[in-house]
Design a protein around this ligand. Structure first.
Ligand code: DWN
Length: 420
C-alpha cells in the first residue's frame, strides 16, 4: 500500500511543448508515495502511457555528448563482458563498433534486445547488418529512425505480448538492455516477468535508471515527473525482481543523469552462488543505513524540497528586482517540474535555450516560457543562466567557456541554490 509523502502540485506532461501559449494542456496532480512492503517510491497516480509516449515524443537521448560517450562505454562493456566479444584497442571507429574488427573469444550466438531504444543512441554503437541488436520503442517517430538505419525495431510498448512476438521471431536474446526506460513503466511485475520469460539460458538483464539515494542526496526532486512512474532504490528492485524470478548479480553506480544505478540481473533458475557480486549487498546496506526503507526519511526529504522552492524564488525575484536578465539552458523534463512547482514563468526566466529541433520555437509545458533554438550569440547579453540541464553541467560549462570568462554565471537549484 503506497503512503503519500510529497505533493509537487498540478503539473503538465513534462515533454509536451506547445505551439501557442493559449493551447489547452493535460494536467495531473504530481503526488509521490512510498510502499512499505516493497520499499518502492512511485507516483500515487500513473499517467496513461499513450498520452506520454507516442509519435510526437520530443526527448532525443543523443542531444548530449555526455550520453553518447556513456552509451558507447556501456555497449563496449556489454559486448566484451556479456557477449564474449573481445574489443582490441584502437578498433573503435567513431561511434560504430565494427564487429569485424574484433577477435571473438567465442562465437556470439545471441543478440541484444534493447527496451526503449529511443533515437538509437545505444544501438548505433553496433553495426546494423548483423541483427546483433533488436529494439522495442513505442514512439513511432523514433522507431522509424532506427528501422531506417537497419536496426530491427518493434513499435510497441514492452509487455508480455511483445516479449512473445520477439521470442517467436528472433529467438531468446543473450542480453536484454534498457536505459532510462524501466522506471517509466507502471507495471513492474509484467515488465520483469516478460524479461525473465524471453532471456536465453544464462542470459543477462542489464538496465539503468536514476538512483533514489543520489536523488535525495542531491535533492534533485525535479527528476520526478509524469514519465518517471517510479524512482528506484536497489532495495526495492531487489524485492520486485526476486518475486519475478530474477536476481541482481551486480550494481554499477554511474554518474549520469545526476547519479544512476546500472543493475545487472540473471534468471534465478540460472544462478550459481559465485555470480553474486559484493556490490549488491554494499548498495543495499548503504540504502538501509540512509533509511530508504523508512517512511520518515521521505517525510524529511519533502521538507527539504519545500525549502528549495522558497530559496529559488527568493533568488530569482531578487535578480528580477535588480534588473538582471535570467534565462534557462536545456528545455528539460526536470525544469518542467521545477517551473510548475515554483510557478516560474517568463517573468522570471525570459526564455529557454535548447538544441532539440522538436522543442525549438515552442512554449514550455505549463508555464509557457518560449523555447529558442540555441545559438552562442544568445548568451551575450545574459547575466545569469539557470541550468535546466544541470546533469550536463561540465559539458555545458566547457561549451560556454566564453560566457563564464566574461563573468556570466550559471545557477542551479541542486543540491541547493548556488552559482556553479
Ligand atoms: O528519463 C528521461 C531522461 C533520460 O531524459 C526521459 N523520460 C526524459 C528526459 O529527461 P530530461 O529532459 O530532463 O533529460 P536531459 O537529457 O537532461 O535533457 C537535456 C536537454 O537539454 C535536451 O532537450 C537537450 C538540451 N541540451 C542543450 O540544449 N544543450 C543539452 C545539452 C548537453 C546542451 O549542451
Amino acid at each position: 500500500m503506497k503512503q503519500q509523502f510529497l505533493d509537487l502540485g498540478k503539473q503538465p506532461l513534462a515533454n509536451v511543448f506547445l505551439d501557442t501559449q493559449d493551447e489547452k494542456e493535460f494536467t495531473y496532480n504530481l503526488k509521490v508515495g512510498f510502499d512499505e512492503e516493497t520499499k518502492l517510491v512511485s507516483l500515487m497516480e500513473y499517467v496513461d502511457s499513450g498520452l506520454m509516449f507516442n509519435d510526437t515524443y520530443t526527448y532525443s537521448a543523443s542531444m548530449s555528448e555526455t550520453m553518447k560517450k556513456h552509451f558507447k562505454e556501456v555497449a563496449g562493456f556489454i559486448y566484451s563482458n556479456l557477449l564474449g566479444g573481445t574489443i582490441s584497442e584502437g578498433h573503435l571507429r567513431g561511434y560504430q563498433f565494427d564487429r569485424q574488427a574484433y577477435k571473438f573469444d567465442a562465437p556470439i550466438d545471441g543478440y541484444i534486445l534493447e527496451i526503449g531504444s529511443n533515437d538509437g543512441v545505444f544501438m548505433k554503437q553496433f553495426v546494423s547488418n548483423d541483427n546483433l541488436v533488436v529494439g522495442v520503442e513505442p514512439c513511432g517517430n523514433f522507431s522509424d529512425i532506427t528501422n531506417q538505419l537497419g536496426y530491427k525495431t518493434y513499435e510497441r510498448f514492452w509487455n508480455k505480448e511483445t516479449s512473445e512476438i520477439i521470442k517467436k521471431e528472433n529467438g531468446r536474446p543473450k542480453v536484454v538492455f534498457a536505459a532510462n526506460c524501466i522506471c517509466h513503466i507502471p507495471d513492474l511485475d509484467e515488465t520483469f516477468s516478460s524479461v525473465e520469460s524471453i532471456l536465453d539460458k544464462n542470459g543477462v538483464f542489464i538496465f539503468e535508471d536514476p538512483s533514489l539515494l543520489e536523488m535525495i542526496n542531491r535533492n534533485s526532486f525535479d527528476q520526478i515527473y509524469d514519465e518517471h512512474a517510479h524512482i528506484f532504490s536497489v532495495l526495492s528492485l531487489n524485492n520486485i525482481l526476486s518475486r519475478n524470478n530474477l536476481t541482481i548479480i551486480k550494481v554499477i553506480n554511474s554518474p549520469v543523469h545526476g547519479g544512476s544505478n546500472i543493475i545487472i540481473a540473471k534468471r534465478t533458475v540460472d544462478l550459481n552462488e559465485t555470480d553474486i557480486d559484493p556490490s549488491v549487498k554494499t548498495n543495499i546496506d548503504n540504502e538501509q543505513i540512509f533509511g530508504l526503507d523508512k517512511f520518515e526519511t521521505f517525510q524529511r526529504w519533502s521538507k527539504k524540497i519545500e525549502d528549495n522552492k522558497t530559496d529559488l524564488l527568493i533568488l530569482l525575484n531578487n535578480l528580477k528586482k535588480s534588473g538582471k536578465k535570467v534565462i534557462s539552458y536545456g528545455a528539460t523534463s526536470k525544469s518542467t517540474t521545477v517551473f510548475n512547482y515554483c510557478g516560474i514563468d517568463s517573468r522570471l526566466i525570459e526564455f529557454i535555450l535548447d538544441t532539440t529541433p522538436a522543442k525549438q520555437g515552442k512554449f514550455s509545458p505549463g508555464m509557457h516560457i518560449p523555447v529558442i533554438k540555441y545559438s552562442p550569440e544568445l548568451m551575450n547579453d545574459v547575466s545569469y543562466v539557470f541550468l535546466g540541464a544541470w546533469n550536463f553541467v561540465e559539458e555545458i560549462k566547457n561549451k560556454e567557456s566564453n560566457f563564464v570568462k566574461n563573468g556570466g554565471k550559471f545557477l542551479t537549484h541542486v543540491p541547493k541554490i548556488m552559482m556553479v
